[in-house]
Design a binder for this molecule. Sequence first.
Ligand code: GAP
Length: 415
Amino acid sequence: MKENTEENLMEKIVSLCKRRGFIFSGSEIYGGLAGTYDWGHFGVALKNNIKQYWWKKFVDNRRDMYGVDAAILMNSKVWEATGHVANFADPLDGKQFNTMLKTQIGAKKEEVAVSYLRPETAQGMFVNFKNTVDAFHPKLPFGMAQIGKAFRNEIAPRDFLFRQREFEQMEIEYFVRKEDWEKYFEYWKDEMLSWMEEVGIDMNKIHELEVLGEERAHYSKRTIDFEFDYPFGKKELFGLAYRTDFDLKSHKLDYIDEPARDESHSGGEKNKKIIPHVIEPTFGIDRAVLAILLSAYHEDQKGGETRAYLKFKPSMAPVICAVSPLLKNKPELVEYANIKVFALLKAEFGRVIWDDNGNIGKRYRRQDEIGTPFCIVIDFDTLTDDTVTVRDRDTGEQERIKVESLIDYIKNKLD
Ligand code: GAP
């Protein structure tokens, strides 16, 4: 088996994403719009799987996390209070260029106000801190989580999904007592690493970078960047920051600390007004997609030809299985495949497609490129013994499985 080479890897990924309906350049038929991408059917499915898995692990499976979906447009006072208006800038021609995307709101001249499209989802959580505390009365430590779009007027958008002007983030603001920050910083570092592994990011390509003094964002006392070996270099994938009490203090928010549920916390006074400190794990979804695509892309030799395949974890794959009648001009095969297999699997898994285009070899190659872990073929034996072939994407091997056992067979392989 030929090892996947780094050579032209980005070109191969970008071209596969377009050809197979994952990701397209934004506004393409009008010459594009730099720093924007549009997502096709399989790209949306992959992105949704990533987001859903993140929400399940960090919100649904926990008792201490509260979801938020805040507006993208926020009062510009938010960004003045947090220092973004003054500090959220990159150097350009010897000056600092603020990279927040400005817009105007309101129709009548006297009502028109400047607003910013949020450059991070984080503030949507901080400004709803009081609402969340009042509604749910959470005890420290607890967190807020949000998935959503963020916008930055990047000076030089580049490297496909890596640096865009419109992108998506999944962020957590985890509120702790000041004296506990180091413990929870370590805890979230481990949680982030396990999530990366669980979604199929190649952990040999992950490196931790301790971000030093001046390199850190203005609000952070400690930051670790998780870097990934992209074909264009070792660069940031996700980040973990200790934001101290910077944001809550900026918004003049506080919290009445009551006796802790968390026995292990290291002391502190009770029933006292405090400003919690914040540990922030942040994940860029687009960079997650890019890292997963780069980790999944493989090439090998099959039947004297080079084949490209995406070795997604089955739970992340845009399509879990493809169903094919061996021959599309044999009504008895088509009918069996459609009614007894496709309808059954579609109802169970949703992410199932019908593929009867071209010969079986071509169908397998197409599904390999999409990263479909299982191809199911209905042939003449099916009509007599109710078994189908299930082909494994990675090995190319086929097994005969009883139709009645198909759902369990696939479920067992969804990690
Ligand atoms: N709330 C903290 C924050 O926004 P950040 O490091 O500026 O921190 C967080 O951004 C994550 O968002 C990054 O680790 C990266 O994954 C993603 N990200 C940032 N800028 C991006 C861009 N221009 N295009 C795509 N993803 C981006």
